[in-house]
Design a protein. Structure first.
Length: 93
């Protein structure tokens, strides 16, 4: 039952045009609320900040933005190198 709620809410958010990161978060929150049952909402929603803080302290998750920044800077360096090669070629002619 919970997987149906998770995937359905994710699909609905995607069809609306919500960014994927927000789709993942909101569908997870809807699933946590649906799983709560008879527990109070403030108790259920206090779990979400703990999950976010515990997952953000993982080194693997921190490596992903660094990888993107390295790839972007590498592409800029290759472009810069190619432009200098073309400039050198143009000066020789």
């Amino acid at each position: 039952m919970l997987s149906i709620i998770l995937f359905t809410s994710f699909a609905i958010f995607l069809l609306i045009g919500t960014p994927i990161a927000i789709c993942l978060g909101m569908s997870s929150i809807f699933t946590i609320i649906a799983d709560a049952g008879t527990r109070p909402l403030d108790t259920v929603m206090s779990v979400v900040p703990m999950l976010v803080s515990s997952s953000s302290s993982k080194f693997v998750l921190l490596a992903i933005p660094f990888l993107f920044s390295v790839v972007i800077s590498w592409k800029k360096l290759v472009f810069l190198k190619n432009s200098f090669v073309w400039l050198k070629f143009a000066l020789v002619i």
